[in-house]
Design a binder for this molecule. Structure first.
Ligand code: NAD
Length: 407
């Protein structure tokens, strides 16, 4: 259920392992692309999708009546926030669609990231009510969080350990058996809730540490210290320290969203998850901080106002080598620059919906400032360093030089 960043690689991996897969995708455009053998997910190479379609074991569909006679169903639908609250509509709808076709012995697995407690309190009752079977005896239920890191070549779908959990031990065994057929390493959780909590915590951990290092970059700047040098020194400690790096904020489908589930799980019990809330405040404010740094330098070193300045923004994706600007802090930076009167050209070779058409771009030296927001491998950093008048590098990717300011 859902052929997106999570569902499509999973479907293709399952086909490669010999399973027969129905890929349910309600979005008409995505569905047509799948039918036309066009992969819209960077992690799924065109050849892999073609091979899946040619095998005759992969059938993309948006027709609910095709959802019959399955042994295993996996829900990989979006779980966004709506007014800063978890929106589980897609999970509910996908579960209802499946529930009508659940039969004795079926296994249903939730992969979407959810608030701890969701599999037992929301998915299970829908399945039981509509299938008229009991979870654990009539059908099996599990929660298996996805850890896919699009663009990461070292940690792939196959070699990233997969946490598996089940409503009962037998449920978990069924779920583990399936994932063992498509991944190299499964990690058993004792309960659905522990697996849900672990997933939310993994992303909260990243969120909090990025906020910590973003705050460090502000303090370092005030003290006249280079945050990248400071981090390299701290990172020489061989134990008890994991290096995170500053940037323009956090983005993507997960890191800005999932910690809210953790916070929400606690607010339900009238407590707050203070560290997570603080991290959210700090990371949200980071895009305005980046713009303020740029504004200050333009003003004090170049005698220019940001209002009316020509700014080139390089990189709109929320991280290097990634192709989506979903919840990207770069988009916030562009909006803030424009709000303060700058004339912005923004480009990203990876993101289809770049704000400006390439033909409108000027030579690097014609801009009052170039801001590097995503350091894709193929960005021509040497040429930018040679030609630009002033660069604000938010990733510490550029060489050190008087006209290059690193965050
Ligand atoms: N993208 C990641 O890197 C990542 C990593 C780990 C976990 N997750 C989690 O996995 C889940 C899915 O994320 P994604 O990135 O694949 O999202 P996505 O938006 O790329 O894909 C979800 C797909 O589900 C389809 N869909 C929407 N409503 C549906 C419904 N009611 N029934 C069936 N299909 C429906 C959408 O059309 C879409 O194609 C989310 O909970 C997300 O937080 C994502």
């Amino acid at each position: 259920m859902g052929q997106g960043y999570v569902g499509l690689p999973l479907a293709v991996a399952a086909v490669q392992a010999g399973h027969h897969v129905i890929g349910f995708e309600p979005d008409p455009q995505r569905f047509e692309q799948l039918r036309a053998d066009v992969s819209y997910i960077k992690n799924v190479h065109g050849k892999a999708l073609s091979a899946a379609l040619k095998s005759g074991r992969y059938m993309p569909t948006r027709d609910e009546s095709r959802l019959t006679k399955f042994d295993i169903a996996i829900i990989a639908v979006p779980t966004p926030l709506k007014n800063r609250q978890p929106d589980l509509n897609a999970v509910r709808q996908a579960t209802e669609r499946l529930a009508r076709h659940v039969h004795k012995g079926t296994t249903v697995i939730l992969e979407s990231t959810v608030r701890p407690g969701t599999t037992r309190k929301i998915v299970l009752p829908i399945l039981e009510a509509l299938s008229r079977l009991r979870g654990g005896t009539g059908f099996h239920l599990g929660f298996c969080p996805e850890r896919i890191a699009p663009g990461n070549e070292q940690w792939t779908f196959a070699n990233t350990p997969k946490v598996v959990s089940g409503l009962t031990e037998e449920c978990r065994d069924r779920v583990a058996e399936f994932y063992s057929s498509i991944t190299q390493n499964v990690v058993l959780a004792d309960s659905l809730e522990e697996a849900e909590l672990a997933k939310a915590f993994e992303n909260a951990y990243r969120h909090v540490n990025v906020a910590l290092v973003n705050e460090l970059s502000r303090v370092a700047h005030t003290l006249g210290a280079d945050v990248w040098h400071t981090l390299a020194l701290a990172d020489s400690k061989p134990f008890g320290f994991t290096k995170f790096t500053p940037g323009p904020g956090v983005g993507g489908h997960c890191v800005p969203v999932d910690p809210v589930y953790l916070g929400h799980a606690r607010t339900q019990h009238r407590e707050s998850f203070r560290l997570v809330e603080l991290a959210q405040d700090i990371n949200r404010a980071q895009s305005a901080y980046v713009v303020s740094r740029l504004q200050d330098t333009l003003n004090t070193r170049h005698g220019k106002a940001l209002d009316g300045a020509r700014i080139l923004v390089l990189g709109l994706a929320h991280k290097a080598a990634f192709d989506e600007s979903c919840q990207s802090p770069a988009v916030e930076v562009v909006a803030e620059l424009e709000r303060r009167g700058a004339v912005v050209h923004a480009v990203d070779p990876h993101v289809a919906e770049t704000v400006q058409a390439p033909q409108t771009l000027l030579p690097y030296k014609a801009y009052d400032a170039v801001v590097l927001l995503a350091a894709h491998n193929e960005s021509d950093l040497a040429q930018i360093a040679d030609e630009a008048v002033y660069v604000l590098d938010t990733h510490g990717a550029m060489p050190e030089a008087p006209h290059i300011e690193r965050l």
